[in-house]
Design a protein around this ligand. Structure first.
Ligand code: NOJ
Ligand code: CA
Length: 562
């Protein structure tokens, strides 16, 4: 009996240890010693808009859990869920009032644990969003901070006297169009906020803030999260002496004179803090992804850290801003590839016009969406997709100012209509509310959902969805696409972007027509023996292998049998 008990205890313990090893800890390094996230495709989910399990018009965690089979079948490796923590939702979750709980609108901690366990079963990692720069003004830290000048948390935020009556401490502006300083009449000081007044900036110079925030990451790592996407990292620190920012030419979209954000952004202190945060992540084998807006590759390089000891995956947000041209892409990919750092490509997210709309020419929109997938998902690096991108979901911008939900859209209307357009419900079916909810969704579904939705596209082998699935499957199974070096071809071609990915004796050729005309690409490096892997309809020319005939925005991928 006793023996049996021992065995039962050992088994129980063994199971518990296995279950408590995080996703990240379970991932082995590959043959080349690369960690899982270097091969991974991440899939960003905006929880309000993915799937609504309780039909209140707002997506939730149980909704996400119910769609994990879809996520698995799509062929991504991890999901990044934008903030699902308690929040007054002024900035739709980016105003966190408790970092260690789930907003009841999205479910419970038990729902999160179930989502996490179900993801693990499908070998999908879960990444959460870490809003480092600011909290909600309803966070208990800020409520205490605001309560008096001598409160325990006063110095957790950035409080200063005004320069004089009705004069803020300096000329810094909020990126959301309001003043960056809000006056608190009770304590007669201003607090600083780079975003909305409801998002006061934390004072990272205070060691207690850093400790509390780092402990938050530990809390979630222990619950099995594989890493974090860090929000607005470049705004973590600002100059202590509050020096005025220099004036810059022109006006911004809110009609204010521009200033150069020299003293409230991208300070060197950010990097030291990231190195310390990375040490905590390393204890859990976790990955840190960064929301890193930079002006060039060299600035982006800084976020990896000189010794690769900061963010493993700072997002390349430069690619989405480039002109749609082989030349621009060729130069950018070459710069990224020769930077000595691991690239992280992104073409869409919840803050920018959806890629489908951005690249559309009105005539070949689906072909262009497929071409972009064939491009950025076959480059050397990690890729981050945005939900619905795989369907060809388009932006559905508000038609009038009253419809706008995103406060920034109201402040900058009509120059900028805000970010509602890229945050609309995931399109599951051609039915009511695109199958997202039985209730009217929090944002309207566009008429194009009738055609661009999971159920319809699954039936069409040439749909955007099926093309994404095929490319993602290739990406996971072709060693050259996983490990291969990048070799650009035909560098002078203004219409066709072509490259090889090479690994040991394996080679994959990718040929992409960025023009609206038929193209014949001549690949001198091509050798006999290419085996077509995937194509939009493009094919080898009559010579059998050196010429590739591409239709408008067509793509061609082949593997060389050596
Ligand atoms: C970047 C987030 O992606 C965006 O949605 C948010 O409004 C700001 N950071 C502020 O947290
Ligand atoms: Ca709901």
């Amino acid at each position: 009996m006793r023996k049996h008990m021992d065995l039962a205890v050992v088994l129980l313990f063994g199971t518990m240890i296995l279950a408590s090893a995080s996703f990240a800890q379970q991932q082995a390094l590959d043959a080349e010693g690369h960690p899982w996230w270097q091969h991974a495709v991440f899939y960003e989910i905006y929880p309000r808009s993915f799937a609504d399990s309780n039909n209140d018009g707002i997506g939730d965690l149980n909704g996400i859990t119910s769609k994990l089979d879809y996520v698995r079948k799509l062929g991504v490796d991890a999901i990044w869920i934008t903030p699902c923590f308690p929040s007054p939702q002024v900035d739709f979750g980016y105003d966190v009032s408790d970092y260690e709980a789930i907003d009841p609108m999205y479910g419970t901690m038990a729902d999160f644990d179930r989502l996490s366990a179900e993801s693990r079963k499908r070998n999908i990692g879960v990444i959460l969003d870490f809003v480092v720069n600011h909290t909600s003004d309803q966070h208990k830290w800020f409520l205490d901070s605001k309560s008096s000048k001598s409160s325990a948390h006063r110095d957790w935020y950035i409080w200063r006297d005004g320069k004089g009556p009705n004069q803020p401490p300096n000329n810094w502006t909020s990126t959301f169009g309001t003043a960056a300083w809000t006056y608190d009449a009770a304590t007669k000081q201003y607090y600083y906020h780079y975003f909305y007044p409801q998002q006061p900036d934390l004072n990272w110079r205070n060691a207690a803030v850093e400790k509390a925030m780092f402990d938050t990451t530990r809390f979630w790592y222990k619950r099995g999260v594989a890493g974090f996407r860090l929000d607005a990292v470049d705004t973590m620190y600002e100059r202590e002496d509050l020096k005025d920012n220099p004036a810059a030419p022109g006006m911004d979209k809110f009609g204010r004179p521009n200033t150069e954000e020299k003293y409230n952004k991208k300070l060197p202190e950010v990097h030291a803090a990231l190195r310390r945060l990375r040490k905590v992540a390393d204890e859990y084998n976790a990955v840190l992804i960064g929301e890193t807006w930079t002006s060039d590759v060299s600035q982006l390089k800084d976020y990896y850290g000189e010794h690769n000891d900061e963010l493993q995956l700072p997002m390349d947000l430069l690619l989405n801003g480039l002109p749609f041209s082989p030349d621009a892409y060729r130069k950018h990919v070459a710069a990224m590839d020769s930077s000595g750092r691991w690239p992280v490509y992104v073409i869409s997210n919840h803050d920018m016009t959806r890629s489908y709309t951005r690249y559309a020419d009105g005539q070949h929109n689906d072909e262009i969406a497929k071409l972009m997938a064939a491009f950025y998902l076959t480059l050397r690096g990690t890729a981050i997709m945005y939900y619905g991108e795989e369907l060809g979901m388009e932006n559905n911008d508000p038609k009038s100012k009253d419809e706008v939900q995103d406060p920034v859209g109201r402040l900058s209307w009509p120059t900028d209509k805000g970010r509602d357009g890229e945050r609309t419900p995931m399109q599951w079916t051609s039915g009511t509310n695109a199958g997202f909810s039985e209730h009217q969704p929090w944002l309207p579904v566009p008429p194009s959902a009738k055609r661009h939705n999971v159920a319809s596209e699954e039936k069409d082998p040439h749909s955007v969805l099926e093309t994404y699935r095929s490319i993602l499957a290739l990406r996971h199974h072709q060693p050259a696409l996983i490990e291969g070096d990048y070799f650009p071809l035909n560098n002078d071609d203004p219409n066709v972007l072509a490259y090889l990915r090479r690994y040991k004796n394996q080679e994959v050729l990718v040929v992409l027509n960025f023009s609206g005309r038929n193209q014949e690409a001549r690949i001198e490096e091509a050798a006999a023996g290419y085996i077509s892997l995937l194509s939009s309809g493009a094919k080898l020319g009559p010579d059998g292998y050196k010429t590739i005939l591409l239709e408008p925005f067509g793509f061609y991928m082949a593997r060389l049998q050596k």
